[in-house]
Design a protein around this ligand. Structure first.
Ligand SMILES: [Zn+2]
Length: 227
């Protein structure tokens, strides 16, 4: 399926020698896909993404993958803060927590899986760098949110999921920092909550309990085995 061309003026060259090694997923958080598309193409708004996927599965291409789009904002992952320069951003149409957060339709996720697989073939993006906006901006963002089917995507080879639960002697903040999370010194509870939103969504407490520690350790074990 060829994406529908909808070029956004909100783009620029990536810095010399920098290629994408993060796939960053968002929800639009607006009343409709049409409104979101307008905004992502509005030069005044100064925001964009490489792709937008409608709830009916249509894919719009806004910014070429080799160019820098403007979707991450103030963010951090693995000690790096210029996430836009090194990521490809996909916006999934969903009203979000502000306008009526709801499950992502199967046809929308099917399009996302197809598109993500193509992106992962084109660029060397490791599974542990397929992330949500809330992972890289845990103090500001909740998207794509706890209804996003991360486990299903991982089953399709997109992103990191855990295998066996593990014990690890390191404290939870150290495990989360090792996974890539920033902002632990600013607001540890918010970071724990962002981790849970992605990898333990039935348990979004913001507390570093045993279940959360075991899940973080399990993910790190998979990451370290693949790295
Ligand atoms: Zn976002």
């Amino acid at each position: 399926m060829t994406p529908i061309a909808r070029p956004s003026p909100n783009q620029e060259a990536r810095p010399d020698g920098v290629t994408p090694d993060i796939l960053l997923l968002h929800y639009t958080g607006m009343e409709s896909g049409g409104v979101a598309l307008e905004r992502l193409c509005d030069p005044q708004a100064k925001v964009s993404a490489h792709y937008l996927i409608e709830e009916d599965g249509r894919v719009f291409a806004l910014v070429p993958e080799e160019r820098r789009a403007w979707h991450a904002g103030l963010a951090s992952w693995g000690g790096e803060s210029d996430i836009n320069s090194r990521s490809i951003g996909i916006e999934l149409v969903n009203p979000g927590h502000e306008f009526g957060y709801r499950a992502f339709p199967a046809v929308q996720i099917a399009s996302l899986i197809r598109l993500s697989r193509e992106i992962l073939e084109r660029w060397p993006i490791p599974s542990w760098r397929v992330l949500g906006h809330s992972d890289v901006a845990p103090l500001r963002k909740e998207d794509p949110g706890e209804l996003f089917p991360w486990e299903q995507l991982a089953g399709e080879g997109i992103g990191l999921w855990f295998e066996d639960e593990k014990k690890d002697p390191r404290p939870l903040p150290a495990l989360l920092a090792e996974l890539g999370y920033g902002y632990l010194r600013e607001d540890e509870a918010a970071v724990i909550r962002a981790f849970q939103r992605h990898w333990l969504p039935a348990h979004m407490t913001g507390q570093g309990d045993e279940a959360t520690k075991r899940r973080a350790a399990a993910l790190l074990a998979v990451k370290e085995a693949r790295a």
